[in-house]
Write a protein that binds this ligand. Sequence first.
Ligand code: UDX
Length: 445
Amino acid sequence: MKITVIGAGYVGLVTAVGFADLGNEIMCVDKMPSKLSKLSKGISPIYEPGLTELLQKQIGKGKIHFTDKIEDGITFSDIIFLCVGTPQSDDGKADLSQVEEASIDIAQNMNGYKLIIEKSTVPVNTHQWVKTVIKRNLKKDIKFDVASNPEFLKEGSALDDFVNPDRIVVGVESEKAKDIFKELYKPFVKKGISLIITTPAAAELIKHASNSFLAMKISYINMVSELCEKVGADVDMVAEGMGYDKRIGKDFLCAGIGYGGSCFPKDVKAFIKIAEEHGIDFSLIEEVDKINIKRRTNFIKRIKNVLWIIKDKNIAVWGLSFKPNTDDIREAPSIDIVGELEKLKANLKLYDPKARENFKSIFPEKQNIKYFDDKYKALKNADALLILTDWDEFKGADLDKVKENMRLPIIIDGRNTYQPKDMKKKGFEYYSIGRENFDPKGVWK
Ligand code: UDX
């Protein structure tokens, strides 16, 4: 099938490459010249495992094309995925100006029936606005459908999530739209993946409700971790015990310094705003957001409590991205933590396997901020090591080498990378989240 994708961001690019790999022909439209020039050369502007390789393969096969001409994109096919950005505006609501702009472009260039599909995360009933905007701007009487098909992919495993989703959700209002989706997703249904067909409003809500629920799981276990620290229980064991209950499940119960990224923080806030506009009490979700913000301030407090004076201390940081296997630093806890330590005049030695360049755009290299391409080199003379992202390579680190390089063997771990008992045996002063933190060393809290 021929498919147009508007917006070559995370969701758009993975959707484009994923559908191309299934044999479809894709036209991907984006306005940003720097992005387009990279893409046409087969270079992915974002780091995502396997994406560059698959992109190059599909370009080689002639299955994927890139353009900045919206009219070429719209006349190319009847199926148009809207994958433009829906960033957070100052009041917490989703900023839908790019959705409106794309809808006007579609209306002005429509040359026949189109199925316009919202893939970006949008507030419930955005499809009504898309319909209204298209109708207002249409020059001729042309039939079209607007549908919702939210994307659930996770950064770091986006391609795998595209190929093997837990479910596919589509919200449609016509039989024609329903048939197009059935054809489009035939290869997935053949594999036994559930295709849930519902209304556009329900589909839009499924996305926001799912992300807020997952964020709630994370804040819940983080809240429990605080109690664990007071009573001397291990939060990882509590989470494991809870997770065996199938109704609860094991995933998304890792306590730490909270969630970040381009989705959870923004979607939780947007969901609260939607409820507010409809006069519904969403204080449960408001607490999820508050707990998450407190994770960062509490972690900074912990660093101060362990190290006392921060000024001139050599502090090594492992992990800057908001999660492993990505170079994305949007809403990453590292931004607040490094920012605060910089203010307090620490000497920061930063290491991340992929996110270094993105982090430099916020914290350029200078006298007290240095970047390293080797995690052990970042530890030279360190008074402490902070672990802020759960990259696999930290789990497998040579701890003897870690200790040898550091001036003082102090690790403040925001992701529960190691076992406290092992660390003690190795001679580390080790602080983690929600585990035996009734403070054996008598450090003031
Ligand atoms: C999320 C949703 O999972 C995905 O379905 C949606 O389409 C986009 O938003 P993503 O932001 O890529 O995906 O990452 P995810 O793996 O969900 O992690 C989000 C954040 O939560 C990360 O900062 C991660 O470190 C944190 N997290 C996750 C925890 O702190 N604990 C956990 O147990 C799980």
